[in-house]
Design a protein around this ligand. Structure first.
Ligand code: GTP
Ligand code: MG
Length: 174
C-alpha cells in the first residue's frame, strides 16, 4: 500500500465520567467551544465533541465523550467505554459525596475497559467555589497518587486548568 494521500492522522477517544452536576458537560463545552452554561440541563444519553491539538507538529484529534451522571439517563455503558484511551474522572470540590463516588467510577471504567494504558486524570471541578469547598486539594492529590492518576483542580466557570487537564491526558495517550 502506502499511497501518497495516506496522511498521518491520530484520533483518540477520551471519556468523561463522574456524578451528575459535577460539571462534565461544561468542562467539555469550555474546552471545545470556550462556552459555559450556568443553567445547563442534565445530559441525557451520550454527546461528543472532536477537538484538535498540535503535538510535535502533528495534528492530534480527540473525540471526547460525555454522558449522564444519572443512571436513568445513561446509554449503553459498555459502548461508552469501549476503545477509550483516556478518561477524566470528575468530582465537585464543593460536594463531598461526588468525591466519595470516584472509586465507583474508577471501578466501572476498569470493568468495561481493563486496558491498563488508559490515561486517567482525576479532576476536582468548581475550584472557584473555594468558600464552600468540602474536599481539600491535598485530599484529591493524595487519592490520585494512591490510584496512579493524574490530578488537577479545574473551574469550567473561570477557565482554570480546563485546557491543561484535557491536554495532559491527550498528550499522555499520544
Ligand atoms: P450530568 O449531565 O447530569 O451528569 O451533569 P454534568 O456533570 O454534565 O454537569 P453540568 O456541566 O451540566 O453542570 C452542572 C451545574 O454546575 C451547572 O449549573 C453548571 O453551570 C455548574 N458548573 C459547572 N462547572 C462549574 C464550575 O467550574 N464552577 C461553578 N461554580 N459551577 C459550575
Ligand atoms: Mg452533562
Amino acid at each position: 500500500g502506502g499511497g501518497e494521500e495516506e496522511a498521518e492522522e491520530y484520533l483518540f477517544k477520551v471519556v468523561i465520567v463522574g456524578d451528575s452536576a459535577v460539571g462534565k458537560s461544561n468542562l467539555l463545552s469550555r474546552y471545545a467551544r470556550n462556552e459555559f452554561d450556568p443553567h445547563s440541563k442534565a445530559t441525557i444519553g451520550v454527546e461528543f465533541q472532536t477537538q484538535s491539538m498540535a503535538i510535535e507538529g502533528k495534528e492530534v484529534k480527540a473525540q471526547i465523550w460525555d454522558t449522564a451522571g444519572q443512571d436513568r439517563f445513561r446509554a449503553v455503558t459498555s459502548a461508552y467505554y469501549r476503545g477509550a484511551f483516556g478518561a477524566l474522572v470528575v468530582y465537585d470540590v464543593s460536594r463531598r459525596s461526588t468525591f466519595d463516588s470516584v472509586a465507583r467510577w474508577l471501578d466501572e471504567l476498569n470493568t468495561y475497559n481493563s486496558d491498563s494504558t488508559v490515561a486517567k486524570m482525576l479532576v476536582g471541578n468548581k475550584c472557584d467555589l473555594s468558600a464552600i469547598r468540602e474536599v481539600s486539594i491535598e485530599e484529591g492529590k493524595r487519592f490520585a497518587e494512591t490510584e496512579g492518576l493524574f490530578f488537577m483542580e479545574t473551574s469550567a466557570l473561570n477557565c482554570t486548568n480546563v485546557k491543561t487537564a484535557f491536554e495532559i491526558v491527550i498528550k499522555e495517550i499520544y
